[in-house]
Design a protein around this ligand. Structure first.
Ligand code: ATP
Ligand code: MG
Length: 141
């Protein structure tokens, strides 16, 4: 996607002066970055430098950690994700995460694989869902 007036790519996600604290301890210090669409962006650094903490700011997963506090601005397609009007369930459906450790739901394998396409309404019928689940499992070997 490009801005009509320029050829500058528009950032999918922009962060401005983001700080994250766990209680008194500052874990992220003043991060401003644009993450473009259709590109792969990697964060690399030593253990404990704050990669996971920063990623969790992008879909407000830090909200769930007692004592965690986020400062600064984070825009998703220009929209402030920390605005009080933001629906965090919708936000987390749009900004997904694959964690270091897999954490299946206590449901069948079918229901675990169908979970994502189901919440995104990607299958129009049971047979379409069957096809998505089967082809996903086949691709995963
Ligand atoms: N829930 C928490 N409560 C308090 N401090 C935390 C919490 N989670 C992380 N920290 C601290 O914040 C800092 C950043 O941790 P974080 O897990 O984001 O690092 P990381 O770069 O993802 O590390 P790794 O490469 O080991 O996954 C570390 O000092 C860590 O101890
Ligand atoms: Mg980590």
């Amino acid at each position: 996607m490009t801005n009509e007036n320029t050829t500058q790519p528009i950032a999918k996600i922009s962060t401005r002066n983001v700080n994250v604290f766990y209680g008194e301890k500052k874990a992220i210090d003043d991060v401003s970055i644009d993450i473009d669409m259709d590109n792969v962006t990697a964060f690399i650094g030593p253990s404990g430098c704050g990669k996971s903490t920063f990623l969790r700011t992008l879909n407000r997963m830090n909200d769930t950690i007692p004592g965690a506090r986020v400062e600064g601005e984070i825009l998703l397609e220009g929209e402030d994700i920390y605005a009080s009007s933001m629906d965090v369930v919708q936000l987390r459906a749009r900004v997904g995460m694959v964690f270091q450790k897999p954490n299946p739901f206590p449901k069948s394998i079918y229901d675990n694989v169908a979970y994502g396409p189901r919440i995104h309404g990607l299958a129009g019928s049971r047979s379409e869902m069957d096809e998505i689940v089967e082809s996903s499992l086949t691709r995963a070997g």
